[in-house]
Design a protein. Sequence first.
Length: 73
Amino acid sequence: TLEGILKKELGDKTFLFIQKEVASELGYDEMNRVNKNIEGAARFIELIYEKRYRIPTLEEIIEKITRLRNNGK
């Protein structure tokens, strides 16, 4: 799952810190709502990169999709 990838690559402490920040920004009363909807997940990923972290697995997936799309043209 996306959540599993993020926890693995960020570490639990960083994952929970960013999740809490996003939940607060978006007014969620439950932190687990953050990665269960598009707004929360998008903001979570934005904050990862704003804070200068990286998610290599996600980047690799995006690169592969981009290559597939470009090869199909």
